[in-house]
Write a protein that binds this ligand. Structure first.
Ligand code: ZN
Length: 52
């Protein structure tokens, strides 16, 4: 008999998000930021270098 798992939907978007201070778009946690996430303000190196 199959069990119908109808629990709360678990997306892989279960990660924290921030808004890029340069382009204003939301971006998600990345593994490479695991240690510096608190300091991350830009979605990419490009945005970090392109701040006006
Ligand atoms: Zn950006």
């Amino acid at each position: 008999m199959k069990k119908n798992a109808n629990g709360p939907r678990r997306d892989k978007t279960d990660l924290p998000e921030k808004i890029c201070a340069s382009c204003g778009l939301p971006f998600s946690w990345r593994k490479k930021w695991a240690r510096t996430w608190d300091e991350i303000r830009y979605c990419s190196d490009r945005c970090r270098n392109a701040r006006k």
